[in-house]
Design a protein around this ligand. Structure first.
Ligand code: UDP
Ligand code: MG
Length: 321
C-alpha cells in the first residue's frame, strides 16, 4: 500500500509562486509514485492578492489539490492548523508558498521518520534573510529554548514533516493564537533536524512584518507558559529583598552613628520595599489570570469561508468546544 503524504501550504500573497510550488511537489512525489501518494492542502490566509483564483484553478484540474479559504487573515500558524484539521495522510509536510523550501530534498527530510523520529525540521546553515529577520529568528529561538523547553540545538524552520499522530494531537489545541513549535514539542520529544540549503524566494518579499513577528513572540510567551509572570514575581521579590536589606542597613547605621541623616536612604529603602511587594503581588495575580486565560480563552483560531475538493462534513475543527 502507498504511503499518503499530506502537504499543507499556508498561502499569503503568493499568486505568482504557489502554482510552481504545487507543480514541484507533484513532480517530486512522481519520482517515488510506487511508494507514495499525495494530497496538497492549500490554505488561503485571506490573502489580498488573487491567490485564491490560482488555487481554485489548480484544484479544478486535480482532486488531490484541496483548498481551504479562510475568512480572515489569521497568520501562518492558524492557517496551518486549518490545514491540519483536514489531513488524511500518514505524514504531514509543511512548506511555504514562495518556493523557498527545497522540495527536492523531501526524501532526506522523511528519512528520520523511519528511524523513529516523529517530527523533522530542515536546518538551513546560512539563512538568506534580512538582519531584522535574523534578529527576530534569534529572539524566537531563545524564547523557545527558555519558555517551551526547546532543545538548544534544534533549529526550527518552515520546511518540516510530522507523523500523523503529532498533527492529531496538535489540533486538539482549541485556544486562539496557536504556536506550532510549542504544540509539536508538547506532543513529542523525538524531533530532529536534517541539513539542507534554503532557496531564494522566487518572487515577492517576506510577509512577516515586525508587528506579525512581535505578535508571534507574544503568542509563544503567553499561550504556552506562565514563566514571564514568574519573572515578574521574581523581580518583585528581589526588589523587595533589596529594599528590606537596605532598610536594615540604614537602621544599623543610624544606631551606630546617631548623627547620620537617614532621611534619603530610609525613604529609598521603604520605596524599594513597597514597590517590590506591589510587583510581587501583581506577578502573583498575573499568574492566576494567566492560568485562567490559558484555560478559558476560546475565540476561534480561524474561520473557514469555503472549501474545495474537501468533504463538507469531515471538517470544522470545533473551536467553540
Ligand atoms: N503566511 C500566512 N499568513 C500571513 C503571513 C504569512 O499564511 O499572514 C504564510 C506565507 O504564505 C508562507 C509562510 O506563512 O507560506 C511563511 O511566510 P514568509 O515566506 O513570508 O516568511 P519566511 O519564509 O520569511 O519565514
Ligand atoms: Mg518564506
Amino acid at each position: 500500500m502507498k504511503t499518503l503524504l499530506s502537504f499543507v501550504i499556508p498561502c499569503y500573497r503568493s499568486e505568482l509562486t504557489v502554482e510552481k510550488v504545487i507543480d514541484e511537489i507533484i513532480e517530486t512525489v512522481a519520482h517515488c509514485a510506487d511508494k507514495y501518494d499525495y494530497e496538497i492542502i492549500c490554505v488561503n490566509d485571506c490573502s489580498p492578492d488573487n491567490v485564491i483564483s490560482v488555487l481554485k484553478k489548480s484544484a479544478s484540474g486535480n482532486k488531490k489539490i484541496k483548498v481551504i479559504d479562510l475568512a480572515k487573515n489569521s497568520g501562518k500558524h492558524a492557517a496551518l492548523m486549518a490545514g491540519y484539521a483536514e489531513v488524511s495522510g500518514s505524514f504531514v509536510v509543511n512548506l511555504d508558498d514562495d518556493g523557498q523550501c527545497p522540495i527536492d530534498k523531501l526524501w532526506d527530510l522523511l528519512a528520520p521518520l523511519y528511524e523513529g523520529y516523529d517530527a523533522v525540521y530542515a536546518k538551513y546553515p546560512h539563512k538568506k534573510q534580512s538582519a531584522f529577520k535574523n534578529f527576530g529568528s534569534k529572539i524566537n529561538s531563545m524564547m523557545a529554548n527558555y519558555i517551551i523547553n526547546k532543545p538548544k540545538d534544534l533549529y526550527i524552520s518552515n520546511f518540516s514533516v510530522y507523523k500523523r499522530f503529532v498533527v492529531d494531537e496538535m489540533i486538539l489545541y482549541r485556544n486562539p493564537y496557536p504556536y506550532n513549535t510549542g504544540l509539536v514539542l508538547r506532543a513529542t520529544s523525538k524531533v530532529t533536524n536534517v541539513k539542507m540549503a534554503e532557496r531564494e524566494r522566487s518572487a515577492g518579499v517576506g510577509h512577516y512584518t515586525f508587528k506579525k513577528s512581535l505578535s508571534l513572540w507574544i503568542n509563544g510567551f503567553t499561550s504556552f507558559s506562565v514563566k514571564p509572570l514568574r519573572i515578574a514575581t521574581f523581580c518583585g521579590a528581589l526588589t523587595a529583598l533589596i529594599g528590606f536589606v537596605s532598610g536594615v542597613v540604614t537602621i544599623i547605621n543610624k544606631i551606630l552613628n546617631p548623627d547620620m541623616l537617614a532621611g534619603y536612604s530610609s525613604l529609598m529603602a521603604v520605596l524599594l520595599f513597597v514597590s517590590g511587594m506591589i510587583m510581587l503581588m501583581l506577578g502573583m495575580i498575573g499568574e492566576y489570570i494567566g492560568r485562567i486565560y490559558i484555560c478559558i480563552n476560546n475565540s476561534p483560531q480561524y474561520v473557514v469561508r469555503d472549501k474545495i475538493n474537501l468533504c463538507e462534513t469531515s471538517k470544522e475543527i470545533k473551536n467553540d468546544q
